[in-house]
Ligand binder design. Structure first.
Ligand code: IPE
Ligand code: IPE
Ligand code: MG
Length: 261
């Protein structure tokens, strides 16, 4: 595994980084664990929510550059199953922020022709958030070329269990036989159904872990771990992470240098 990255924006320019990118080697699907908002706020003597607000601005920056680069699929970890164990007030403020974000961005989704696709145990969200999330998902579902998946009340193990339950019901009803269960079939029961697996996973804030994010889907994903706290992860480091990805050789267990995509 690659070392934990330290990125210094004063050392590189966005233009230089962009010029180095190879258009033929772009990832199709980028997944992001946006972590470190609380620590960013604490460093400045601010409330945690101020970190989440700044984190939202970072997200807007990152989505903008990924859009400019025509990367079709992006999946972000916005709220985990485990995050329900946070203080009630922080959860409430995060939900408010999510509502405001969706209200503000729904026109941008139309403009960029992006499908907003929430994943996770959505029914656990507060009713008003659930309603809005469903509405925005519905009004963008006809866009197929670009997808923004947002993991909300998401847990990777829960997702796998939910898939197994559905499959078990079908076996019980005899609409499926155990011998038909293989990897492509199983993937049809996951919330990411129809999306290619992430090519690149970014995690900020210096933590070297996955925290229950897409455990099935990232089996062969390239990982980029950086010390940067999420609110400071902006356009330049996004480009840097993409460049870093392009330098990797994806062998998929083989020994040859060339793997056709
Ligand atoms: C990530 O930042 C945002 C969410 C999990 C919602 P954190 O809130 O986890 O920030 P740290 O890890 O405490 O710094
Ligand atoms: C992962 O961050 C979840 C999200 C970014 C939404 P956490 O801060 O919850 O993860 P841990 O607790 O460090 O594993
Ligand atoms: Mg965290």
């Amino acid at each position: 595994m690659d070392e934990l990255k330290t990125f210094d924006p004063s050392q590189v320019s966005e233009t230089d980084l962009r010029a180095q990118l190879d258009a033929d080697l772009m990832p199709r699907h980028v997944a992001i664990i946006m972590d470190g908002n609380g620590r960013w706020a604490a460093q400045r003597g601010l409330q945690r929510i101020a970190g989440h607000q700044e984190g939202l601005r970072a997200l807007q920056d990152v989505l903008e550059i990924l859009h400019e680069l025509n990367i079709p699929y992006v999946t972000i970890y916005a709220f985990s199953q485990e995050n329900w164990n946070r203080p009630k007030l922080e959860i409430q403020l995060l939900m408010n922020l999510l509502e405001r974000y969706l209200q503000e961005e729904r026109s941008l989704f139309q403009k960029r022709r992006v499908r907003f696709r929430p994943i996770g145990r959505l029914h656990q969200l507060p009713a008003s958030v659930y309603a809005l999330v469903s509405e925005v998902a519905e009004e963008t579902r006809h866009f197929t070329e670009r997808v923004l998946s947002v993991a909300l009340s998401y847990g990777g193990r829960a997702e796998i269990i939910d898939a197994i339950r559905q499959i078990a019901v079908e076996v019980e009803m005899r609409s499926l036989s155990p011998s038909q269960i293989d990897e492509p079939l199983f993937e049809q029961y996951l919330s990411t159904q129809g999306l290619p697996d992430p090519d690149l996973l970014i995690r900020t804030s210096g933590e070297n872990r996955i925290s229950n994010f897409l455990p099935w889907q990232i089996a062969y994903t390239e990982l980029y771990f950086t010390k940067t706290l999420w609110p400071e992860f902006r356009r330049a480091e996004t480009l840097y992470a993409l460049l870093d990805y392009q330098k990797r050789e994806r062998r998929y267990g083989r020994v040859t240098q060339t793997v056709s995509s």
